[in-house]
Design a protein around this ligand. Structure first.
Ligand code: ADE
Length: 256
């Protein structure tokens, strides 16, 4: 996966991608992340990246020309580009889009807008894919770009140590994750469920499936409709509804 990030705040991006799994992914050559400072593409000597909006109003608008120039520079390298503009007006980012990015053969270019947005001519001429990470407004596109890069990079084969981890976590299917425990067995009087210590692989598989179903049923029941349920799942769900009867009726009461 090849990522280019165009930003006025390169240090924001550099700090996060130089740590932990994203760093290792780059060291292994599985993910490439290049950061470009839009300010380097400004021609005027004051290096002004933004200006007041025509028609008045508050806030500043990012100038179009430095963005065009930054993209022209990338295009001259001869690569096919897929341009993404993080924006609260975009389509909602999802695990499915993260998968899509992780398999993208073109270079993914994140254009991080700031202030009140970017000059409309950027939209008109470049037609970026606008993508939102949620219904709230952030101060800029850097955090959303990092969210998307992180979610996609961990799906690139080889990035996570154990190739099954990405398949098993929340949203890779439609279910939420099951609970995880690590050493020691007892923590402040709370014990790891016996079954996880039993070494009985099939029983552990069923326990995990049941707890993933329980988590989903209790926290995000809307997701169950997207999962193909086996006969075993249906039986497990029937058990869950019995076992969690009290909680379920409280939740229903809250909704009414
Ligand atoms: N820029 C500002 N807010 C945003 C959001 N919620 N998603 C993506 N980009 C943004």
């Amino acid at each position: 996966m090849r990522c280019e990030v165009l930003t006025l705040f390169p240090d924001l991006i550099a700090g996060l991608v130089s740590q932990s799994i994203l760093k290792r992914a780059q060291d292994k050559g599985l993910v490439e992340i290049r950061i470009h400072n839009i300010r380097d593409f400004i021609e005027d000597r004051h290096r002004v990246a933004d200006d007041v909006p025509y028609g008045g109003g508050c806030g500043m608008v990012m100038k179009a020309e430095p963005i065009f120039r930054a993209l022209d520079a990338l295009k001259t390298e001869g690569h096919d580009l897929r341009l993404i503009l993080p924006s609260p007006q975009g389509i909602r980012f999802s695990q499915k889009l993260a998968q899509d990015f992780s398999r993208e053969s073109r270079r993914l270019v994140w254009l991080c807008g700031h202030y009140e947005g970017v000059d409309e001519r950027v939209h008109t001429l470049l037609q970026p894919e606008e993508i939102s990470i949620g219904d709230y407004v952030l101060t800029g596109g850097e955090l959303p770009a990092l969210v998307m890069i992180d979610a996609a990079a961990r799906l690139v084969p080889g990035v996570l140590g154990d190739p099954t981890s990405a398949n098993e976590d929340s949203f890779s299917g439609s279910l939420l994750d099951f609970p995880h425990y690590t050493r020691p067995v007892g923590v402040r009087g709370l014990q790891v469920p016996d079954i996880l210590l039993s070494g009985h692989h099939e029983a552990i598989r069923v326990w995990r499936r049941k707890e993933a179903l329980r988590n989903t049923y209790l926290k995000r029941p809307d997701l169950l409709q997207f999962e193909t349920l086996t006969e075993e799942d249906k039986q497990l769900l029937a058990d869950i509804t019995q076992e969690n009867r009290a909680e379920i009726s409280v939740n229903r009461g809250e909704e009414e």
